[in-house]
Design a protein around this ligand. Structure first.
Ligand SMILES: [Zn+2]
Length: 336
């Protein structure tokens, strides 16, 4: 990092996951999150906020190394809960991990009072990061990742995806308000790839039902992934129907629920190999009720959003190969 600049990483994945680690660590293996965690203690940037305390906690690490004490000794506020984050002053660098692995989906977070108390939102983590970074009085690079959007898309989880997109949008709002007060800040919003191509499809006469069907996603109280944590191969069609109804508000017919049950028992009916799993099968069936359907369960080659506000934004080309973004960041930092 440019001399005199400080840094921060905020994510809803494990803080050692690929996207944050790509900004700070060097490793042959993206899955070596314990090794990446050790590098984080050595790099000692100003802010680490996200999930993944199992890679730092001596009781959970395979080598029993106590990285949490290491951060404390370096003067960090070591945080484990939303309350601790919100009451934290800006006088210390921040190390906060709020779940053992990835942070739960926003839709599950919003509907669980215990999770609401224990885990901050992405916008709250972004606010805390900016407050600390501003306090240092130095130039800074902060990366904020709405990681669960990708996770939701991989399993075709519509309520997971939509609520985490909104949570990411809230975090963009925090960044843009900071930018308005600090016009020398450049905010870039982008992603590294598309995923699974969700779409709102025309349904009903003259496609007139789509909006009404899509609004059902907004009323769902659980991610499909959380629902899948409670289903099992031996359950009856009736038990499965009520489990899905409790989480989504949608009553499947016996034949629809039977297809999901087949997929849970590993005889998935989906002819596209990549969607031949239980949650994407549930998503395919729920597409009849929500008008939200998907193209697959993997990353895609689509053009993606790239937008910016602040100094340098006007020099950002409208089309850019993703790896060239690194050169753009370097140019902006050199000018700052
Ligand atoms: Zn992915």
């Amino acid at each position: 990092m440019k001399h005199g600049w400080v840094g921060g990483l905020v994510t809803t994945a494990t803080v050692t996951h690929a996207t944050p680690a790509g900004f700070l660590a060097q490793s042959d293996k993206r899955d070596d999150e314990e090794g990446i965690a050790t590098q984080y203690l050595e790099r000692a940037i100003q802010v680490y906020l996200g999930g993944g305390y199992r890679f730092f906690d001596p009781a959970l690490r395979s080598d029993k190394k106590d990285l949490l004490s290491g951060f404390r000794e370096k003067g960090y506020a070591v945080l484990r809960s939303r309350d601790e984050l919100l009451s934290q002053k800006s006088d210390k660098p921040l190390f906060g991990t709020f779940s053992e692995s990835h942070i739960p989906y926003t839709v599950d977070h919003l509907n669980d009072p215990a999770l609401l108390r224990s885990i901050p939102t992405l916008a709250e983590m972004t606010t805390a990061a900016l407050t600390r970074l501003e306090h240092t009085g130095q130039g800074f690079l902060l990366q904020v990742e709405g990681a669960k959007i990708d996770h939701a898309a991989h399993v075709n989880d519509a309520p997971g995806l939509v609520r985490d997109q909104i949570a990411f949008d809230d975090a963009i709002g925090v960044a843009l308000r900071f930018q308005a007060e600090h016009p020398d800040t450049l905010v870039v919003v982008t992603t590294d790839h598309g995923n699974s191509n969700p779409g709102l499809f025309g349904q009903g006469d003259g496609y007139g039902d789509s909006d009404k069907l899509f609004s059902k996603v907004g009323r769902m109280s659980r991610s499909y992934s959380a629902i899948s944590g409670d289903w099992y191969a031996d359950m009856t069609i009736g038990e499965l129907t009520s489990l899905i109804h409790d989480g989504t508000g949608i009553e499947l017919s016996a034949s629809e629920a039977g297809l999901v049950l087949d997929a849970i028992r590993s005889h998935g009916p989906n002819p596209y190999t990549y969607q031949n799993a239980a949650i994407p099968t549930l998503a395919s069936i729920l597409a009849n009720h929500t008008a939200v359907s998907w193209g697959g369960t993997s990353h895609t080659g689509d053009y993606v959003t790239l937008t910016a506000q602040g100094p340098g934004a006007s020099s950002l080309p409208s089309l850019l190969i993703n790896t060239d973004l690194n050169a753009f960041y370097r140019k902006c930092m050199a000018r700052a």
